[in-house]
Design a protein around this ligand. Structure first.
Ligand code: TIH
Ligand code: FE2
Length: 294
């Protein structure tokens, strides 16, 4: 999930109660009426959901399962060489199916005994404070639709591949799960929109697009890199910068392209010291200080 409202396909509920997802004309599924029907149907399930209700079962088609199969096969191979050790350990523990899209309820059943996290459905854009806030309660908002079959290697829209392969495998490691929870605490603690945006940008450059130094080279732990078998081949060539809160909280990024500025943690310890401690302690005043340098 990510925060740029303008890139999230808006979900509209019409007067007759039906739900329609607005896709941009540049979306690969724009003229595919089957795909659009699927998007509308899955969005309607999530719109209908409210906390306390069971997570809706998404009745996926064979074409959709096939996209998952293809993407998860490609990713599994690349993860072996390019994903961080903790992510790989999480993935092994979680053992997601490779041959079909798991239901979010199934992801929660596997994940919650490991780190306590569970998944809740999202139709589309979730307001920043809700999206991040519930992380503190070990809840993760997830879309249920899958990317269009014509462009399996990358999507600017977070889909079930990104939410589950990218995020759940990380959430299955206790060190990442703890960091996600701290991000949630930070989001709820800060008061201004500016401070919340700063917190969310630090999340973007870490939990979504973070990279980390390991003995045998640079690895990715960010869910956005690890859910795209196009982008995963490119991250080592990007502008790799040291973990710097002020930069992470302020650099602009374009969500429709491979990220060309990435921030490298030297180790999990450094990630926890710099980013974990920031989320654990930040408030509006501390963020002001980081922004305006004292
Ligand atoms: N680009 C990612 C992918 O193709 O899996 C999805 C997203 C990550 C972050 C925002 S959208
Ligand atoms: Fe995400």
């Amino acid at each position: 999930m990510f925060e740029e409202a303008q890139y999230f396909a808006p979900v509209n509920t019409k007067d007759d109660g039906s739900v329609e997802v607005e896709l941009a004309s540049s979306h690969p599924g724009f003229s595919d009426s089957d795909y659009r029907d699927r998007r509308n149907k899955l969005a309607a399930l999530a719109v209908d959901w409210s906390p306390g209700k069971p997570v809706p079962v998404a009745p996926y088609t064979d074409t959709e399962h096939e996209v998952w199969r293809k993407v998860s096969t490609e990713l599994a191979v690349k993860h072996r060489g390019l994903a961080s050790q903790e992510f790989l350990d999480g993935a092994e523990e979680l053992s997601l199916p490779g041959d079909r899209i798991p239901q979010l309820s199934e992801v929660s059943e596997k994940l919650s005994p490991i780190t306590g996290f569970s998944y809740r459905p999202a139709a589309g854009l979730v307001p920043l404070l809700d999206f991040y806030g519930v992380l503190e309660d070990s809840q993760f908002h997830s879309t249920q639709y899958i990317r269009h079959h014509s462009v399996p290697f990358y999507t600017p829209e977070p889909d079930v591949v990104h939410e589950v392969i990218g995020h759940a495998n990380a959430l299955a490691h206790p060190r990442f799960a703890a960091l996600y929870r701290l991000a949630g605490q930070a989001a709820r603690r800060v008061e201004s929109d500016e401070a919340l945006e700063f917190v969310s940008k630090v999340f973007w450059f870490t939990m979504e697009f973070g990279v980390i130094g390991e003995k045998d080279g640079l690895k990715a732990y960010g869910a956005g890199i690890l859910s795209s078998y196009g982008e995963i081949d490119e991250f080592r060539k990007m502008d790799i910068r040291p973990l710097d809160l002020r930069q992470m909280g302020t650099v602009d990024y374009d969500i429709t392209k491979y990220q060309d500025i990435l921030f490298k943690a030297e180790s999990m310890d450094e990630l926890e010291d710099v980013v974990g401690t920031f989320w654990a302690e930040c408030d509006d005043e501390k963020i002001e200080e980081i922004l305006h340098g004292k």
